[in-house]
Design a protein around this ligand. Structure first.
Ligand code: DGL
Length: 276
């Protein structure tokens, strides 16, 4: 049993799609969320910069005494090298492994699409992991760099003509390949799921990386006997690196419920860029 909070990080608001699922599957856990809203997006930056930012984010969470860290960000997950994450002295998961596992389970025709940020697609991590799990799958990847700014600015509704046009541009080539499963490899994308589904067709299964990571975190905490024994609902504390107002305004879109939490601004550049 461990009553310390679960730490969740993202470059901005996308990681709230993991929080949404955590609130559902682990309602008695406290959560500390950090969204690096002052430096979003990560998905257009070099691996070196993303690694430095991510280590500062993790150090902030560790300073809040979290019992585990969830990198609810596809870009961070696929950029941090396994050599680095294997040395972490705390339970850690990103979104890659849980998402790939869910996609391989879901596909019927073995054709899996992956959409994510440019940085994530450049790493080739999704293709590698998918093929490691099942050598027969065919993987079709597409970077969708305009999705994160659209989402961060609240352009998420199903009938938004701008977002729909962008979605068609990105997704129609994957549809033509006949994928029956599409990995939403960036945690910002699940809020576009209804629109993405309209473009791809209702027979294509969408895999939500935020949800997959949260479900996997539950498995890990259960196996390690690290769940809280609290009987009342857990508390969520939210931290950002820029003005909290935008976060407060848009959080409900990601959480799928009214947002009532408190959001505090912190100076993320004060945290170390290395982990001992
Ligand atoms: N949610 C992040 C991800 O999953 C967004 C990346 C970004 O900041 O560009 O990749």
């Amino acid at each position: 049993m461990d009553n310390r909070p679960i730490g969740v990080l993202d470059s901005g608001m996308g990681g709230l799609t993991a929080v949404r699922e955590l609130l559902r599957v682990l309602p008695h856990e406290d959560i500390v969320y950090f969204g690096d809203t002052g430096r979003v997006p990560y998905g257009t930056r070099s691996a070196e910069i993303v690694t430095r930012y991510a280590l500062q984010d993790i150090n902030f969470l560790l300073g809040r005494q979290v019992k585990m860290v969830i990198a609810a960000c596809g870009t961070v997950t696929t950029t941090l090298s396994p050599e680095l994450t294997e040395r972490f002295q705390f339970p850690y998961t990103g979104v890659l492994h849980p998402t790939v596992r869910a996609a391989v389970k879901a596909t019927r025709n073995g054709k899996i699409g992956v959409i994510a940020t440019a940085t994530t697609i450049r790493t080739g991590a999704y293709e590698r992991e998918l093929q490691k799990l099942n050598t027969d799958v065919q993987v079709y990847s597409k970077a969708c760099p305009m999705f994160v700014p659209l989402v961060e600015n609240g352009y998420t509704s199903r009938d938004n003509p701008v977002t729909r046009l962008v979605a068609e541009e990105y997704l129609l080539p994957l549809k033509e390949k006949g994928v029956d499963t599409l990995i939403l490899g960036c945690t910002h994308y699940p809020v576009l799921a209804p629109l993405i589904s309209d473009v791809m067709g209702s027979d294509v299964t969408l895999i939500d990386s935020g949800k997959a990571a949260a479900d996997y975190a539950k498995e890990l905490l259960t196996e390690e006997n690290f769940l809280s024994d609290r009987k009342i609902p857990g508390k969520c504390s939210y931290f950002v690196s820029d003005a909290p107002e935008d976060f407060t305004r848009n959080a409900s879109i990601f959480l799928g419920e009214d947002f009532s939490g408190s959001v505090s601004r912190i100076e993320i550049t004060n945290y170390p860029e290395t982990i001992d």
